[in-house]
Design a protein around this ligand. Structure first.
Ligand code: NAD
Length: 497
């Protein structure tokens, strides 16, 4: 890889990138695309090619699902007690943690995420894997049912091959959220990473082999969405499917799964609100919301993208935000001085700039201009943060932009604030900011979404379900103990006594 970065790449990272064209991992073997087709993955901060990757075709995806089915039948993974699987999964968590810096460099470079944030994502993967592996050991497989006149019990079994399609914004963290409960419950998995960010998934699959996870339990099929993703979603051999990405593609995946009657979980986009009351500490709240909107350059599904602020503090709050946003240091993701990295690609840059233009055309006021950003020495997809203000009917207030852009609107009272927060088709995450906790809890419970946060934005403790309703998702969320139960089928046995 060429292109100047402020940080020296680790030898194992250089070695991994140099081992390209990178192949899929299917049934424990590294496999080329049957068509020979490849795609490039690039550093969004410099547009430099990081590696060439084999683009899996439907026949390759079919082999991966067959490999998972075989692993389910013959490796003992599914039948082993949870504590035996747990030994291997904890070993995998330890191995990832040991190589945290290597994973973080790959992740940072592949998706343009600030290095420190990428390190946090890798640790989150490790924590999630440990969380599910640990609790799976304490859930009874067989449970007696209290039924009059009968002896009855239920038994839990893993389903079989589970498919996963992931987006590019949190490639590794989301793999952890997705596959950890499936693996801990005894299922083999087939992972289709986003074409912009295949590196951490492929590195993980190689490590899984090293620590002794049986062949075929973790398969990774990199490739294009319309080809490899579509083939995985339509595969009749899957027992469960999980998709994280845009609502548009989510609909296609759900339709394919519906044809095969494969249960599907969708984690989709968002247009979250932050409702700010006039009793807050204005500079502190402005700082936290600015951190939220610039976190991974605003490419975060649950971000606070609509800031609904009480009229009496509106001007003061906006001034505090503008001041902070102007000082956000934009730079290459591996540069330790950078606070905000690039967007993922040209398409995303065009999308963000397009929404700024359309928002203005529909009458929104441009409070902070945004636009392309120059980063000396780096030709990447950099953009400045922007603020719009006006009516929530505006296109920039209704649709997911997925960039460092917040839309401001003001309210008079609590009832109006809740109505404004609920003026959206999405239902992922909102936050409320006030020192009055009874008001905070009332508002939190009345906002229509699956997650409400109080005096914070972006909270994901393990054990709290995280998911979306309406246009933001369906089929149950992630991160809680219930997700583990999604990955077991239940059989009941009854005998008259
Ligand atoms: P996307 O929907 O374009 O792509 C997601 C994945 O689907 C990629 O792996 C892609 O290759 C694949 N894909 C594309 N076309 C496909 C098809 N026809 N069939 C099957 N798979 C196909 O989304 P993106 O641009 O990668 O990610 C951004 C979106 O993801 C945003 O809407 C964001 O809000 C959402 N997201 C949601 C969550 C959540 O937890 N709710 C988390 C992260 C991202």
């Amino acid at each position: 890889m060429s292109g100047a970065t402020a940080v020296e790449l680790l030898p194992e990272v250089r070695q991994f990138l140099a081992s390209g064209p990178l192949k899929a991992v299917i049934g424990g073997r590294e496999v080329e695309s049957c068509s020979g087709q490849r795609f490039e993955t690039r550093d969004p901060g410099s547009k430099t090619v990081l590696a060439e990757v084999h683009a899996m075709q439907p026949a390759d995806v079919d082999r991966a699902v067959q490999a998972a089915a075989e692993a389910f039948r013959i490796t003992g993974w599914a039948r082993a007690p949870a504590n035996e699987r747990g030994v291997l999964l904890h070993r995998l968590a330890d191995a990832v943690e040991k190589r945290k810096k290597a994973f973080a460099q790959l992740e940072s470079l592949d998706c343009g995420k600030i290095y420190a944030q990428a390190e946090g994502d890798v640790q989150n993967f490790v924590d999630t894997l440990r969380y599910y592996t640990s609790i799976a050991q304490y859930i009874q497989r067989r449970e007696a049912l209290a039924v009059s006149g009968h002896e009855a019990w239920s038994v839990r079994f893993p389903w079989g091959p589970c498919g996963f399609i992931f987006p590019w914004n949190f490639p590794f963290l989301l793999i952890g959220w997705g596959i950890s409960p499936a693996l801990a419950a005894g299922n083999p998995v087939v992972i289709k990473p986003a074409e912009d960010t295949p590196l951490s998934a492929l590195y993980l699959a190689r490590l899984a082999k090293e620590v002794g996870i049986p062949d075929g339990v973790i398969n990774v099929v990199p490739g294009l969405g319309e080809v490899a993703g579509a083939a995985l979603a339509a595969h009749p051999g899957l027992k469960r499917m999980s998709f994280t990405g845009s609502p548009e593609v989510g609909r296609l995946v759900a339709a394919s799964c519906g044809k095969n009657l494969v249960p599907v979980k969708l984690e989709l986009g968002g247009k979250g609100a932050a409702v700010v009351f006039d009793d807050v500490n204005v500079p502190q709240t402005a700082r936290k919301l600015v951190e939220a909107i610039t976190f991974h350059s605003g490419q975060v599904c649950c971000d606070a993208t609509r800031w609904i602020v009480q009229k009496s503090i509106f001007d003061k709050f906006v001034a505090a935000c503008v001041d902070r946003l102007k000082r956000v240091k934009i730079g290459h993701e591996l540069d330790p001085g950078s606070l905000m990295g690039p967007l993922i690609n040209q398409k995303q840059l065009d999308r963000v700039l397009g929404y700024l233009r359309r928002g203005r055309e529909e009458g929104a006021q441009l409070v902070l201009e945004g636009g392309p950003a120059e980063v000396p020495g780096h030709d990447g997809f950099y953009v400045k943060p922007a603020l719009l203000a006006g009516s929530l009917d505006n296109v920039a207030a209704r649709e997911e932009i997925f960039g460092p852009v917040a839309y401001l609107a003001s309210f008079d009272d609590e009832q109006q604030a809740v109505a404004m927060a609920n003026q959206t088709d999405y239902g992922l995450a909102n936050s409320v900011w006030t020192n009055d906790l009874s008001r905070a809890y009332r508002v939190a419970e009345n906002m229509l979404a699956a997650n409400s946060w109080v005096n914070a934005h972006n909270l994901f403790p393990h054990g709290v379900p995280y998911g979306g309703i309406n246009k933001s998702g369906m089929g149950g969320g992630v991160l809680s103990v219930e997700t583990l139960f999604d990955y077991w089928r239940s059989l009941s046995v009854v005998r008259p006594t």
